[in-house]
Design a protein around this ligand. Structure first.
Ligand SMILES: [Zn+2]
Length: 382
């Protein structure tokens, strides 16, 4: 070895000795691996080789605990020996632990719910080309070393269940996998997803990644309309069907979350739908407004807006403003106009869509700039 300023720390030397003995490879190759920038912990503390080795004997579920090894390359109960290449085996395990760290772990009553075999593919896709093959056994091994919940509900076969968020995993699986339907929106993107992609590339170029990445605290934006709509799933009517479709669309990342009723209309403007489905949306919004009278009313997306100077009508100059918004059904517009001219001031807003004019009313008592809509059936009931 060439002496340099970066004399490996005692911890790295101890780790290299342990890994060298465990895998039957040379100390120098083990030291090269444990010193690699890729193996220093990209989203958290470095996972030590000694910790990895200890887990195989001590872990309550996958540890041998004095008996025969339970875990091998293909998983549990598979009687498949580990194949260590002496060049990248430790680095690969370190990368798999970082891949698992990007997900929110499940806890408490939440069962471990993602199959190790599915996660192994996700790890391979995500970590490619830095780690081209991930075995089922190594995925389980890394999860155990991280202390993630692990379950063995069927007590059969080589696969186990790992305690990471099922929705986040589904999102990543579809983002990185081949032949997958890509998510359209990103509400289930794990906190560490972009961070890990970025630092993985930098570490692969030899850069040492500073520790200290902290997952952002969940924002927890209130989503009262979303919460209400989700509670309607299971109803035996059209609103129940709409709620089920909406819920499936959120789960599959086909569309975003509608925090407000206005956002549900906006989502409908983006996806193709039948006129029956639109009518159901109007009924659902009417029911929601009747249930939650304190709710904010409906505003739609602005599609254009202009303000012009005006020479005026003899009493000085002014401005005119004209704004167009989509109407609720999306086929027409709502027009808001302001004449701010001395001696000639006028403010008006109207629905330029026959269908929507029949189905929606402006909420009373609001200014022209502050207009809001509610379904006509709500106004009629007041
Ligand atoms: Zn309309």
């Amino acid at each position: 070895m060439t002496p340099n300023n970066n004399t490996p720390s005692r911890a790295l030397q101890q780790d290299a000795r342990a890994w060298s003995a465990f895998t039957g490879t040379k100390y120098t190759s083990a030291l090269r691996q444990v010193s690699s920038p890729l193996a220093q912990g990209l989203l958290g503390p470095r996972v030590s080789a000694r910790r990895l080795i200890a887990v195989l004997s001590d872990h309550e579920l996958i540890g041998a605990q004095g008996g025969v090894p339970l875990l091998g390359e293909d998983g549990v109960r598979s009687d498949s020996p580990w194949h260590f290449d002496g060049k990248s085996d430790y680095i690969q395990l370190a990368l798999i632990t970082d891949m698992l760290r990007m997900f929110t772990p499940t806890s408490g009553a939440e069962a471990a719910e993602v199959g190790s075999y599915s996660l192994k593919h996700t790890a391979e896709w995500f970590l490619s080309p830095h780690c081209s093959y991930v075995s089922n056994g190594r995925l389980i091994w890394a999860a155990a070393a991280l202390g993630l919940p692990i379950a063995d509900p069927n007590r059969d076969g080589p696969n186990l269940l790992i305690g990471v968020s099922e929705r986040e995993h589904d999102y990543v699986h579809r983002m990185v996998g081949s032949g997958q339907t890509r998510p359209q929106v990103h509400h289930y993107r794990p906190a560490g997803y972009e961070q890990l992609r970025t630092v993985l590339t930098r570490a692969a170029d030899g850069e040492s990644i500073p520790h200290g990445w902290v997952p952002p605290a969940p924002v927890g934006e209130p989503a009262p309309f979303h919460d209400w709509l989700i509670r309607q799933v299971g109803r035996n009517d059209v609103v129940g069907d709409l709620a089920a479709d909406y819920s499936a669309g959120v789960r599959d990342s086909d569309h975003r979350i509608a925090c407000t009723a206005s956002e549900l209309l906006a989502i409908f403007h983006e996806v193709s739908h039948s006129s029956e489905a639109y009518d159901t949306v109007v009924s659902a919004i009417a029911e929601w407004i009747r249930t939650e009278p304190s709710t904010t009313y409906i505003r739609t997306e602005q599609i254009s807006g202009d303000s012009h100077d005006h020479r005026g009508w003899g009493a000085g100059s002014g401005t005119t403003e004209r704004y167009e918004y989509l109407c609720p059904c999306g086929d027409g517009t709502i027009i808001e106009e302001h004449d701010n001219i001395p001696g000639f001031r006028e403010h008006d807003v109207w629905i330029a869509c026959d269908k929507c004019r029949a189905e929606w009313h402006f909420v009373e008592g609001r200014g022209v700039r502050d207009w809001a809509l509610q379904p006509a059936s709500v106004s009629a009931a007041v």
